[in-house]
Design a protein around this ligand. Structure first.
Ligand SMILES: [Mn+2]
Length: 314
């Protein structure tokens, strides 16, 4: 798996880009940041791997501003200008599963598909809700990492000193959280194994999915498991370089600023980006090493983690 990012001017070019779990229609969606990514990344093929529009919320707290429109327009424009765009609906935009094998503005809709990479390896591309069965844990459990645990320990001491003052017995918050985190880690591991099994059954060499908002590339019993993450908190994309190397792009790291630091403005497509891309070639190997190490863990402390804790739906 390649980890060196190649920069060509201020536009990154890839053979394919996979993104999912954008959740347009919700406040959590980092639409402006995604737009920034789409402006700076070109590819021959673009795959939207589900939960692009959050249809469940259409009925409740629908949130749609100009940036959400811009994302849709940007994708449509890419399709018009020659990018081969495929949309694989997820569970939040399952309504689109009624339009399989249709084309909308040159965007193909498919329930799932087999993608062949530059080296000839075959990947099952699927959103991934097929694999989680009834084992759904609250989302925030999945993002509680070691840092949060350390904080919990300090919080625990304070909490118990207060409890003592009120004559209440000791209660271990850290023990409680540790138990929950263990469950979340078990959930992710279980999910990854299930979806890999699905790929094996379909005769594929690997699987490309989303759904659990946890970007990762790893081998599971001879199957290459790749998850492209999400654009609600971690802001990640899975990319294939022209020579077949795969990489997870953490857009906040590539750009050097956080999703919320991007201001909503009326900047047009053709305008120069307000903040220039950093010298990617110089900084990426360091980041890549860091990320490669981080991938070994199942927790992923990312910017915006706290916000995601309110959400329990994947
Ligand atoms: Mn999903």
């Amino acid at each position: 798996m390649g980890l060196v990012l190649r920069a060509i001017g201020t536009t990154l070019k890839f053979r394919s880009i996979f993104i999912s779990d954008i959740h347009l229609g919700t406040r959590g969606c980092k639409a402006a940041f995604l737009l920034d990514f789409l402006k700076h990344a070109e590819s021959e093929k673009l795959f939207l791997v589900g939960d692009i529009i959050d249809g469940w919320r259409l009925k409740k707290n629908w949130f749609w501003d100009q940036r959400h429109n811009d994302v849709v327009q940007k994708v449509l424009r890419k399709a018009r200008k020659g990018t081969d765009v495929t949309y694989v609906p997820g569970n939040h935009d399952a309504f689109a599963r009624d339009f399989l094998d249709h084309e909308f503005g040159q965007i193909k809709v498919a329930r799932d598909l087999i993608y062949q990479d530059a080296t000839g390896k075959r990947f099952l591309v699927v959103h991934g809700d097929e694999a989680d069965g009834v084992m759904i844990y609250a989302k925030w459990l999945a993002v509680l990492g070691d840092a949060a645990y350390t904080t919990a320990l300090a919080l625990n001491n304070w909490l118990n000193s207060v409890r003592r003052k009120f004559g209440l017995p000791y209660w271990s918050l850290s023990k409680y959280l540790k138990h929950k985190v263990k469950n979340a880690v078990a959930f992710i591991a279980h999910y990854e194994e299930e979806i890999s099994r699905l790929a094996r059954e379909r005769g594929a060499d690997g699987v490309i999915c989303g759904h659990i908002h946890h970007a990762e590339i790893r081998e599971i019993d001879g199957i290459t498991y790749m998850n492209d993450g999400d654009w609600v908190e971690s802001c990640t994309a899975l990319v294939e370089h022209f020579d077949g190397r795969w990489e997870i792009l953490h857009w906040a790291d590539v750009r050097g600023f956080a999703p919320d630091e991007i201001l909503a403005d009326d900047e047009t497509d053709t305008a120069e980006p307000q903040i220039p891309l950093p010298l990617l070639v110089n900084r990426i190997p360091l980041e890549a090493t860091h990320r490669a190490k981080e991938c070994e863990y199942s927790s992923s402390p990312t910017p915006g983690t706290l916000k995601s804790m309110a959400s329990s739906e994947l």
